[in-house]
Design a protein around this ligand. Structure first.
Ligand code: FE2
Ligand code: FE2
Length: 295
């Protein structure tokens, strides 16, 4: 990697783990458009192509997290297409289920499991533990965390991980940005219970989806990063009472460092490049801006 120069002579900070956090891919059955308008496979392909190009350019992704509403109606073929498009992008792909998924089919297609109830997934990497919750209620759009499921989470978190932990769930545990999302929100009691379960643990960050709008907030003392949908975007500034959606996709790039993390929203809607400085050109800009030595 090119040496990076800092203004104070400190070593450049490099991430110990890079996560691509995708959400709400909403892959439909063949021949059906999402919301009758959007080709969700094409939208996913745009995000996947960005990640493949990044890896080819020397920016590999360590983990892909997809935080639910993977499919629009739980079609087994949609799960197959999703897996097929994303496998190979990162050594580890982590799936969460959403209200548009069908739990039994999600378990069968992506986890290779047969349980009827919510499954707590735990992935322990050297740098980070990733714990995935199921916030769905069979047959409903809103979210809930069952007490037994939260008890499993509490038991898992009782033993800290050397790199700390991340919790993934579909229904964002934050105030929702629109009227429909207000109705289809995570139940407030579940939000409070999750905050209590995470307080004092090694959880560094919560990753969620469902809002179709990238955003961030706090759940008690724990930061929450919400990834937008790869296909559409909710407009939080629509007229009060209106639900307004735009054809616009994004994902989040989450970088973990020894002592913190960053979350960057990466739009994948074809914005025009302004410039791309090569290392020599970047060095020329740096050389033109010498650091003032204040005595
Ligand atoms: Fe969704
Ligand atoms: Fe959802």
């Amino acid at each position: 990697m090119t040496d990076l120069r800092t203004p104070d002579g400190e070593p450049a900070e490099l991430p110990v783990l890079t996560v691509a956090h995708l959400s709400d891919t909403h892959l439909t059955s063949a021949g059906t458009l999402y919301n009758n308008v959007v080709d969700a496979d094409l939208a996913l392909d745009r995000a996947a192509a960005v990640l493949e190009q990044a890896a080819a350019d020397g920016r590999p992704i360590d983990v892909v997290v997809v935080s639910g509403d993977l499919t629009d109606t739980g079609d087994p073929d949609a799960y197959r297409r999703l897996r097929s498009r994303l496998e190979g992008i990162a050594p580890q792909i982590i799936w969460a289920t959403g209200n548009h998924d069908v739990r039994a089919e999600f378990h069968r297609s992506l986890l290779g499991r047969t349980e009827d109830g919510p499954v707590l997934q735990v992935v322990r990497l050297p740098q980070l533990r990733i714990v995935v919750l199921d916030s769905t209620i069979v047959g409903a759009g809103h979210g809930r965390l069952e007490p037994g499921h939260l008890a499993e989470l509490t038991a898992e978190l009782a033993e800290p991980h050397p790199g700390g932990s991340v919790v993934v769930l579909h229904h964002a545990p934050l105030p929702p940005p629109s009227p429909l999302l207000t109705y289809f929100a995570l139940e407030r009691e579940s939000r409070r219970a999750l905050a209590a379960a995470l307080a004092g643990t090694d959880v560094r960050l919560v990753l969620a989806g469902h809002h179709h709008l990238a955003g961030s907030g706090m759940l008690g003392t724990v930061p929450v990063a919400v990834a937008g949908s790869t296909a559409i975007r909710t407009d939080p500034l629509a007229r009060p009472g209106h639900e307004r959606t735009t054809r616009s996709g994004s994902f989040n790039l989450v970088r973990f460092y020894d002592d913190g993390h960053t979350v960057s929203v990466i739009p994948v809607d074809g914005a025009e490049q302004v410039f791309d400085l090569d290392p020599a050109a970047a060095a020329a800009v740096i050389d033109a801006h010498p650091v003032n030595q204040v005595g």
